[in-house]
Design a protein around this ligand. Sequence first.
Ligand code: PMP
Length: 306
Amino acid sequence: MPLTESKYIWMDGEFTPWKEAKIHILSHVVHYGSAVFEGIRCYKTEKGPAIFRLKEHIDRLYFSASIYHMKIPYTKEQLINACKEIVKANGLQECYIRPIVYRGYGEMGVNPLNLPVKVAIAAWVWGPYLGKAKEEGARVIISTWRRFAPDAIPSMAKSSGPYMNNQLAKIEAVERGVDEAIMLDYRGFVSEGTGENIFIIKNNILYTPPLEASILPGITRDSIIKIAKDLKYTVIEKDLTRAELYHADEVFFTGTAAEVTPIVEIDGIKIGNGKPGPITRKLQEIFFKIVKGEEEKYLKWLTYVK
Ligand code: PMP
């Protein structure tokens, strides 16, 4: 799907026209993937656009940057404001926000430490990441590509270069004609989708892989854990085997882009009765009420743009 262009992209403090938001081809990031980034959603509410869990996303961005010794030349408050401003400047009600912190131009070679740390924030209209699967349920495969081991790449940091790993798995899914791929970790336990965390439900209990399974600690994952516990479900973080996926009553993905997406088929095997399950539906319903500001209890997760 081509990008839906908006008017401006925030680049180091300037609202740059979309088409002029460019960097030099010899920027370090282009060659070595030296960037950390976030994906955030902003939803239309009765009180205008509201950004979901903005503080947590900005905290994760700074954490990711710190692992790669990138000193962000702005305070968290400045970037929080910049996210609000870019939504406003583009006149958007509902959008995806993509802050990226990257190593710029100056030297060549792997060593990133002498290169400038630059920041850009884009915002544009982006519908459901997995398209119709949000309603109908996704068909997925287990990728033959494993997720990187924790002593190779820190999965807790959302960094650009390592997404080449995710791309291999995604390509496999697309080539096989399904919506998404699930990766196993370096030990063979379930890790995550190429842009989503994963949950299974068995006998009314929710299970999701732990941090040790080389997952990105997703903010949607955290939200769903909290929401499910508030609904009095038991949620257990534990290693999951491939067979536990096939054997589950329900399986679903969580992610900022994918939101809450049911999974109805894995490797050609139907999950449950092959339809999105009732608990997944219930969690989807409350999640979408929360992001739209319709659940008093969770208003603390919203940052209104105006
Ligand atoms: N895992 C991966 C690999 C991702 O790219 C994402 C999307 N950021 C997630 C999980 C979900 O994280 P979040 O809920 O914070 O968007």
